[in-house]
Write a protein that binds this ligand. Structure first.
Ligand SMILES: [Zn+2]
Length: 499
């Protein structure tokens, strides 16, 4: 065993440290909150080894970085016996900068476990114990592996006075050796390096985060004191300002057929989640065409801001929240396949595709234009040919349609809106929920209503989450969407008529 000079000072310091911290309240920083400059940690509150004992027999003990602490190679100077190394709060050092292959670390490399100091920097006097019942499966020049019945392996590094052998069965609490600075030659600082190795679904058998398992075990050791929950580390300031994640779209997905007769229009929306640090704002954050960027789109509808900007975001969207770009697609007059890519753009900053994404070829609406319906015929397919239909672009208006009295709209093409016998309803009355649809017979599918990609039924249903009222709410939303479209079309007709 290699003794270091600080060991000689230890008794005095140990007494000092014990006196000052014996009654100190245990506190700890959040998992993944590493010493600044020591690497990227993993914020992971999962306790991978619930119920294990704390690996150092006696409290207090201090989890923190050896390399970045006082007396460490990248530390602020001073001695490893510095009082600051033997004080709360604890600090995670799983994933600290190392070259080890570590699939669960943000960079894929890092420190495999947690470094823990005992109550003092004195070597060879603080017992390290078995954290579970198990068997000793390997002993190296400075390591002891304890494997539990469930296959989880617990590694103890840098001990002296190892008193177990490979093959020994040990019980939880048995002393395995003493906390020391063994490192197969040149000594390290006096500490216990502790790993937990486990099989993780979809990852493999890896070194898992040890920190929260140690926190829970230590709370048990010091008498169940429950500190306030750690606060998550602040969002990394190095993250992208502009980043979006696809959530949903009501337009058919690009791999599905989306056929529209030439000249026909379909209203819909694309929803994205803000995973960057910049808040999105109406009039500032747009959905624009890509491939090429800002190219005039052949499928631009009448409500587009310009031929290359489909829509602006519908509300202020803080990081973490979801917003919607709503617009109408117009099918080109020339039959053919019209793929159109889109990308979000933030005025004054730039394209999301140049920052955190998504890339330009990610969001797509692909329209297949079929031959336009003959205008003389029945363009809106409401059963009334153009020469008898008062509006052959709107299937809601045709002779024989039921005319809502007092709404200012001549649905039945009688030449005027139907008068009301009773006072006209309040403006909101036109969106009064319709009666719930009749209960379908057993086995009947309600899929068309749920899956109708042309309205916002699905999103509205998902938001409410109330399945029993889903159908009625969907009908209400559908009615509102139809109303909005009707109003828009009338507006467009008026504009073109007065031009
Ligand atoms: Zn270590």
């Amino acid at each position: 065993m290699t003794r270091t000079a600080p060991t000689l000072l230890a008794p005095t310091l140990a007494a000092l440290v014990l006196a000052s911290s014996a009654h100190a309240q245990f506190t700890y920083l959040a998992p993944g909150d590493l010493t600044p400059g020591s690497g990227s940690g993993r914020f992971d509150e999962r306790v991978y080894a619930p119920g294990m004992a704390f690996p150092i027999r006696d409290a207090p003990a201090y989890a923190n970085s050896q390399v970045w602490g006082h007396g460490g190679g990248s530390g602020p100077g001073g001695s490893q016996c510095d009082e600051e190394n033997f004080s709360y709060p604890w600090r995670d050092n799983y994933c600290e900068s190392r070259s080890w292959d570590m699939p669960l670390c943000p960079t894929g490399n890092g420190h495999q476990g947690q470094d823990i100091r005992a109550s003092s920097c004195m070597a060879g006097v603080h017992p390290a114990i078995a954290v579970v019942d198990g068997r000793i499966t390997n002993i190296g020049s400075y390591s002891v592996y304890l494997t539990a019945a469930d296959g989880t392996r617990y590694d103890y590094l840098h001990m002296s006075g190892v008193r177990v052998s490979v093959g020994d069965s040990v019980s939880r609490g048995d002393i395995l050796g003493m906390v020391d600075n063994e490192f197969g030659g040149t000594p390290t600082t006096v500490h216990l390096h502790f790993n937990i190795r486990q099989t993780v679904a979809d990852v493999g058998t890896v070194y898992v985060p040890t920190y929260m398992s140690l926190v829970r075990a230590y709370e048990t050791l010091v008498g169940g004191s429950v500190p306030p929950p750690p606060t998550p580390p602040p969002p990394p300031s190095s993250g992208p300002r502009l980043r979006a994640e696809y959530v949903n779209q009501t337009f058919p997905l690009s791999e599905d057929t989306f056929s529209l007769p030439g000249g026909a229009e379909q209203y819909g929306y694309i929803e994205l989640r803000n995973t960057g640090s910049e808040t999105w704002r109406p009039g500032v954050t747009f959905l624009a065409t890509t491939e090429p960027r800002d190219g005039a789109s052949p499928i631009a509808g009448p409500d587009w801001i310009s031929p290359s900007r489909a829509a602006t975001i519908d509300r202020e969207v803080a990081p973490g929240a979801t917003g919607r770009f709503a617009f109408t697609v117009r099918s080109p007059d020339v039959p053919g396949d019209y793929p159109q890519f889109f990308g979000p753009f933030h005025e004054g900053i730039g394209w999301f595709g140049d920052d955190g994404g998504p890339p330009d070829r990610w969001i797509e609406v692909r329209v297949t234009a079929t031959p336009a319906l003959p205008v003389d015929d029945d363009a809106d397919r409401d059963g009334s040919p153009a020469d008898r239909d008062c509006d052959d672009t709107n299937p809601a208006l045709h002779p024989g349609a039921s005319d809502t009295c007092g709404d200012g709209i001549d649905q039945d093409c009688s030449g005027a809106d139907a008068p009301c016998d009773t006072p006209p309803p309040a403006p909101d009355a036109s969106v009064t929920p319709p009666a719930p649809p009749p209960t379908p017979p057993p086995g009947a599918s309600t899929r068309p209503l749920d899956d109708d990609s042309g309205c916002s039924c699905r999103a509205a249903g998902a938001r409410t989450g109330a399945h029993s009222t889903h159908a009625a709410l969907a009908s209400l939303v559908l009615a509102a969407v139809l109303l909005a479209r009707r109003v828009r079309r009338r507006g467009a007709t008026r504009r073109s008529g007065s031009a």
